[in-house]
Design a protein around this ligand. Structure first.
Ligand code: MG
Length: 161
């Protein structure tokens, strides 16, 4: 049986009133916030879904339902920690993670090092095993019109011996 498992996750949130967005566990000041039940951190939500997918554990909505008031306004780093507990309990360790933010704004670059460091610390990985990148959609679609932001995440897990 193969010891390596790949996973992929996607998340989208609409912009709403506010003065900051959370990206990868880092508060990024911005002219808007996001509409979300939790803190609306698209990078962390995509990452959690990628981890759960790789482990064959379903998705974030099954584990942390929007209908559960205990997750209201919750910091998504807590969701990541709870996700990692489940992934490790299923017998896996994280090998690496690759995340992409899709948005016209805010710009990722000034925050990339802080986000990478936070994610590496939380995942228990060397910074070189966590990659965070960004792209615009060339002003196309809802992301291009600045209506919200999205993230994709890919992870590799290895089964413990
Ligand atoms: Mg989300």
């Amino acid at each position: 049986m193969t010891r390596l498992r790949i996973g992929f996750g996607v998340d989208v949130h609409a912009f709403g009133p506010g003065d900051a967005v959370w990206l990868g566990g880092v508060r990024v000041p911005f002219e808007r916030g996001v509409v979300a039940h939790s803190d609306g951190d698209v990078l962390l939500h995509a990452l959690c879904d990628a981890l759960l997918g790789a482990a064959g554990l379903g998705d974030i909505g099954q584990h942390f339902p929007d209908s559960d008031p205990s997750f209201a306004g919750v910091a998504s780093t807590g969701l990541l920690r709870a996700t990692l507990e489940r992934v490790r309990a299923a017998g896996f360790e994280v090998v690496n993670a690759d995340l992409t933010l899709l948005a016209e704004a805010p710009r990722l670059a000034p925050h990339r090092a802080a986000i990478t460091a936070h994610l590496a610390r939380e995942l228990g990985l060397a910074p070189g095993a966590v990659n965070v990148k960004a792209t615009t959609t060339e002003r196309l679609g809802f992301l291009g019109r600045g209506e919200g932001l999205a993230a994709h995440a890919a992870v590799l897990l290895e089964a413990r011996a």
